[in-house]
Design a protein around this ligand. Sequence first.
Ligand SMILES: [Zn+2]
Length: 355
Amino acid sequence: MKILILIFFFFSFTFTQSKDSNLFEENLDNINIDSNISLLKNETPLVEEVPSVEEITIPTTIKIPLTNEINEEEPEGKSVEDGDFSIPNIFRSLLISYPDVVTKVKKVDNPYHPDLAIRVRDKIFYNVQGRFLPEEERDHWKKYSSNTFYDYAKSIPDPLQRTKKEIQLMKKQGSKNYRKRKKSTYPGFNEALYGMKSLSDTNTQIIKARFLGKQVLVHQFSYKPLMKVQEEIYKLTNTHPEVVQFLREGDTVYSFFWRNIANSKGRSLHSYGIAVDVLKEGSTDAVYWLWRQNQKIDWIREPISVRWNPPLTVVEIFEKHGFVWGGKWNFYDTMHFEYRPDLLLLNGYEVIFVR
Ligand SMILES: [Zn+2]
């Protein structure tokens, strides 16, 4: 396939530094994990007419244009979550990002739900109003929120630039009640994508690795990219003192654990082993919005300067290899990195795949 810009044949594991080798024993119950929070803007149909599978060509460059070159005249209000991504582009980003398991996009000729479907492993998922659902769930789409594809910022959103209206909306979205009531996505899609329906599936999907001197458990999708990230971070230690400082500070690394997002019905991406937290232990800096909120701090209006952030050079390395950083979310989580190359592609980032 032509879809790879770069393939690293000579993938090497370099552990040029070693830190204290605490095993993976931390009390994970103390950690609240959140993923992005975003709302479906409306319920209008996303795509009026859909192309057949033959018309969907994988681009030769990895960058996906945000404009939809397939349907020139798409109706207003087709957004999925906060982003303005068309379903063909979303499916294309999934095909590129997970070619071993996402294998086919097809047109559905059902006049009731005329749209695209995608095959993930042995299951077909239909797009119904931005929800990716199996046949039997198509008529129950209102039970679920749409799959999560959102505008991933190029830089950290500045809290001081927020309008009153934005602040109000964030307050509402951050409230316990709202989060409890909020629908979650249909879990079967991620279960199929990551091949993990229950804890016992970890045997086939989760790999034990060492990352930044700690033992971590990661999904096989994110294992090689994570090792590449590590290699590049270590390379910077000769020239970038802030990276050395980061490695000193990031004294705890969390990865896989099977749990739901705090106060919500959704399963955290940590449950699939594609998220990694690098945490500065004992810090009083702002790391995670919910911890701030629980301390009754007006976190929405706090400037970025109160946060603990990894060096941007480190963030860029993660992004280059397909990880989004939680520090760019409005509901920030500065310790959190998760493997979402599909989302980065949709947002115009170039991603290097290690295969
Ligand atoms: Zn996390």
